[in-house]
Ligand binder design. Structure first.
Ligand code: FE
Length: 194
């Protein structure tokens, strides 16, 4: 975890943006650039937050104390995918390791497939109720895990949102929670203080 300081600096930069109360467009612009810089190198994510499970995993890496944003690592094992879901707040998805496919899903009965993004390491895409907010995400690789880093404009694990039945379009309430009971320690700066 040699690069944990880079993740800490990322959190600090996002916190400064939150303090400025920037509009969504700036999160999706400047925030996207910050996330692209963070995921340019894969040397900082703690292994405990990159482990696959029996279904996809979502590990909280940091939540702003005022819940203005959160940062989450998503891990898909081979063959794993999310349900069709929405977010209700803006989000940024940056590919760190492996590859994933995000398929936009359009309302209807049955629901229709929209744009397809095939994400490779270093790429960042946005979701938002103001752009397109419903999608399904899956691991694009058959033989190993894929890991992406997400930033959302809320404490996403506690947001009441929806999953959808793609055949009927029926909507069901969904609160995702998080897979980890403890957060990475970003704040042990003793080595530089000594
Ligand atoms: Fe999503």
């Amino acid at each position: 975890m040699v690069g944990i300081a880079r993740f800490r600096d990322f959190v600090i930069a996002l916190t400064r943006m939150a303090e400025e109360d920037v509009p969504e467009a700036r999160w999706l612009g400047e925030g996207k650039a910050l996330l692209a810089e963070l995921i340019r190198r894969d040397d900082w994510l703690p292994e405990s937050c990159a482990a696959a499970g029996p279904t996809y995993r979502q590990y909280l890496l940091h939540c702003d104390p005022l819940e203005r944003f959160s940062v989450v690592s998503f891990v898909w094992g081979p063959g794993q995918r999310t349900p069709v879901h929405n977010h209700t707040v803006w989000g940024l998805v940056g590919m760190l390791r492996g590859e994933e496919i995000s398929k936009e899903i359009l309302p209807g009965a049955p629901m229709r497939r929209g744009r397809v993004d095939h994400l490779r390491p270093g790429e960042v895409v946005a979701v938002s109720p103001n752009l397109s907010d419903i999608h399904v995400v899956e691991n694009a690789l058959p033989d190993r895990s894929s890991v992406s880093i997400h930033v959302y404009g809320a404490n996403i694990g506690a947001v009441s949102r929806s999953v959808f039945d793609p055949e009927t379009g029926a909507e069901r309430r969904f609160v995702s929670g998080y897979s980890n009971p403890a957060l990475p320690n970003l704040w042990d700066r003793s080595a530089e203080a000594r």
